[in-house]
Design a protein around this ligand. Structure first.
Ligand SMILES: O=C(O)[C@H](O)[C@@H](O)[C@H](O)[C@H](O)COP(=O)(O)O
Length: 303
């Protein structure tokens, strides 16, 4: 049995969420519709270890945000089919931020009907410690922009227990994950000793943070916990819970979705042949499985 405290509030009994206006993508900002792969190749040819790692990364740059969203939807739907067939379940980990908007095409044909949504289990790589109907809640962001538009079972949506403190919510989430690993819903990596999610959808901040793992913060070094908490996040709100790097890096697939000029320097550090590479949290994203970067041309402008 799943841990009841890990279950999201049933969506149908959450009137404040149902009444919230859906967050709509501002499509008019994205003018071009022609899809153009500016690059779909390994970046870097230097002989250093870091460059070799970069060369193994898959990087795709899209001309428009709409093109990125179309490809991300196909990528996610293909993995949903694969894991549904292989494991009978598909575990998907969401971030907050702009990522949710890029999932919008999954809630449209053909995916709305072709994806077996009943097999989806949805988690958060990080969550702000606020009520689920609060404007800062990553759950609310995902519900308004994605979850309310697709038939995922409410019992398969694992939000934090928002009645607890940051520390309590992190412990509770980790305990819930342990149950889900035990009953086989979430896969387990024998190699790392950490849960192995099928697909993690990550965003990145302009400072190179992923999840709520910020540059220079000791949480970046966490090696034992699955889920931990932060009370001094430099990005508001300050109190959050977050998956740790060992969990992130045990994933079967990670999509890093990064757009906008404000991210170009961090992208350059992570993927280019920059001298001071290795200092950003995003550079520690190095899964046992596949890592694919989805960039728009602005984020890729310094490569
Ligand atoms: O809760 C959060 O704050 C997010 O999970 C965070 O890690 C986010 O993914 C990045 O900050 C990128 O956000 P943007 O894509 O909005 O820049």
């Amino acid at each position: 049995e799943y841990s009841p405290t890990l279950h999201a509030t049933p969506l149908s009994s959450s009137p404040s969420l149902l009444l919230s206006p859906p967050s709509r993508p501002i499509l008019s900002l994205f003018t071009a519709s022609r899809r153009e792969k500016l690059c779909c190749r390994a970046v870097s040819s230097s002989a250093s270890a870091a460059a070799r790692m970069a060369a193994e990364k898959k990087v795709q740059v899209f001309d428009t945000k709409d093109d990125l969203a179309a490809d991300l939807a196909k990528y996610t739907a293909d993995l949903s089919d694969k894991f549904t067939k292989e494991r009978g379940a598909f575990t998907v980990v969401l971030s907050g931020g702009s990522l949710i908007d890029y999932l919008r095409k999954l809630a449209e044909p053909p995916y709305l009907d072709s994806v077996d949504w009943s097999k989806w289990h949805v988690f958060w790589v990080d969550e702000r410690v606020v009520p689920k109907d609060h404007a800062d809640s990553n759950y609310k962001l995902a519900y308004d922009g994605f979850l309310s538009k697709v038939p995922i079972l409410p019992g398969n949506v694992y939000a934090i227990n928002d009645a607890l403190s940051a520390e309590g919510a992190a412990d509770d989430y980790e305990t819930g994950l342990k149950h889900l690993v035990k009953n086989g819903v979430v896969d387990f990596s024998e190699a790392s000793g950490f849960p192995k999610f099928d697909l993690m959808l990550l965003g990145m901040g302009p400072d190179g943070h992923v999840a709520s793992l910020f540059p220079g913060h000791p949480l970046v070094e966490e090696k034992e916990k699955w889920v931990t908490f932060i009370k001094d996040s430099p990005k508001p709100p300050p109190e959050r819970i977050t998956f740790t790097f060992p969990v992130i890096n045990s994933s079967a697939y990670i999509a890093l979705v990064v757009t906008g000029t404000g991210k170009a320097s961090a992208v350059q550090k992570a993927l280019g042949s920059s001298e001071d590479s290795g200092t950003l949290p995003v550079e520690l994203v190095s899964p046992a499985g596949e890592l694919k970067w989805f960039l728009d041309k602005n984020a890729a402008s310094k490569l």
